[in-house]
Design a protein around this ligand. Structure first.
Ligand code: NAD
Ligand code: DAU
Length: 351
């Protein structure tokens, strides 16, 4: 086997993966990263322009459900680790079109881990010589735990209770990973993360929708009463958590990752508008564009992560809180939309 370690990353033309690749490449120049992505509507190679010239990075367009392709990639590149991001990720799409969520998230995850098992292991609990350190890291979501009432936090032992076809498909994929640890003794890790935000997120998600519609003078759609709560984590904080769990997490374990930044959707919309009012003011506040619309079917009320396990065991903590991360995020989107920032955001302005 070559001395350079080759890691298969899936779905890194999407939001989180395309933030992860530049971070990981810079930190680990000894790795060769293979990014396998189908380039669905959610994948965009422009997200990865900063790394495309790197000799440590290779992009392959393809489907994680394509077993023949996955087998060829394992053989050609002697894959020694997998970090699996690829998924259908948008809850609203899963309500309209659940089938592709089952196909990609459940079947695709099965194909990947089953090929990894066959390429890395002789039989249950016995790795092939030279493959003993190969690890499969599955990126998952806090949505598998269902919804919370006003109190309480999701821990790693919270029972699974997924409510949408998206979260059900992610829960199914988590169970497949779990079974390969217990039955075959594979070196697996699962991380379940809360809502990410930051640069490169797809237009369809809440924060990009608020920013874009505000700037275009359109209504900002808030589902239901806007009191649904999510636990918001800046995407680069998720990336450092993945890095630590991949390198130092205990075999077969699950780690929840979350920023202890619970905010409801009304707060998010108002805050983004208030920051835009400072950075790119117009004659009326952007908050006037906030518009309540029909609720999402089966809309989970509250998610919140107890991140004690990854904090205590691996020393992870979030560097950003929502109020710092959102300013960076908005500034990035203003760049994307070529908006001239009229007035620099001043930290003493009380957000
Ligand atoms: P995304 O939708 O932005 O990106 C998904 C990527 O996967 C895209 O590049 C897409 O082209 C690719 N893809 C889809 N189907 C594929 C297939 N069959 N084969 C190969 N590639 C395929 O998603 P994201 O927000 O970056 O999420 C990445 C992972 O993190 C997902 O597994 C998601 O469930 C999980 N997650 C996301 C969040 C969040 O807030 N965004 C939070 C927790 C966990
Ligand atoms: O919790 C982690 C999950 O976070 C990830 O697993 C998912 O992949 C990711 O998409 C995200 O799911 P959400 O459904 O929480 O994210 P979304 O941005 O779609 O919605 C956030 C909240 O905002 C949710 O309560 C629904 C609401 N919403 C969303 C949109 C797109 C609105 O009120 N208006 C909107 O236009």
């Amino acid at each position: 086997m070559s001395s350079q370690k080759t890691i298969l990353l899936t779905g890194c033309a999407g939001f989180i993966g395309s933030n992860f690749v530049p971070y990981f490449l810079e930190k680990y120049p000894e790795y060769h990263l293979i990014n396998l992505d189908l380039l669905t509507y959610a994948g965009n190679l422009k997200n990865l322009m900063e790394v495309e010239e790197s000799s440590h990075y290779t992009f392959i367009q393809g489907n994680i459900c394509d077993r023949e392709l996955i087998e060829k990639l394992f053989d050609k590149y002697a894959i020694q680790g997998v970090i699996h991001f690829a998924a259908e990720s948008h809850v609203d799409n899963s309500i309209k079109n659940p089938g592709v969520f089952i196909e990609t998230n459940v079947n695709g995850t099965f194909v990947l881990i089953d090929v990894a098992y066959k390429k890395w292991m002789e039989k249950p609990f016995l790795y092939k010589k030279g493959y003993e350190k190969c690890r499969f890291h599955h990126i998952s979501t806090d949505e598998v735990y269902g919804t919370l009432g006003e109190e309480g936090l999701f821990t790693e032992s919270t029972p699974y209770a997924p409510n949408s076809p998206y979260s059900a498909s992610k829960a199914g994929s988590d169970m497949i990973i779990r079974s390969y640890f217990h039955t075959y003794g594979m070196n697996t890790i699962i991380t379940n993360c809360s809502n990410n935000y930051g640069p490169k997120q797809h237009d369809e998600k809440l924060i990009p929708t608020i920013i874009r519609n505000a700037l275009e003078g359109k209504a900002i759609p808030i589902y239901g009463d806007g009191k649904n709560i999510r636990d918001w984590l800046y995407v680069l904080d998720h990336c450092t958590g993945i890095d630590m769990a991949y390198h130092r997490g205990r075999v077969g374990e699950v780690y929840n990752i979350g920023g202890r930044n619970e905010r409801n959707n009304n707060y998010i919309a108002k805050k983004v508008c208030e920051i835009l009012d400072i950075l790119v003011p117009k004659n009326v506040s952007y908050t006037k564009q906030i518009n309540y619309v029909e609720d999402r079917a089966g809309h989970d009320r509250r998610y919140a992560i107890d991140a004690s396990k990854i904090e205590d065991e691996l020393g992870w903590s979030a560097a950003e809180n929502f109020e710092t991360g959102i300013v960076k995020t908005i500034e990035w989107y203003l760049g994307k939309y070529n908006c001239h920032i009229t007035k620099k955001y001043e930290s003493e302005i009380n957000l």
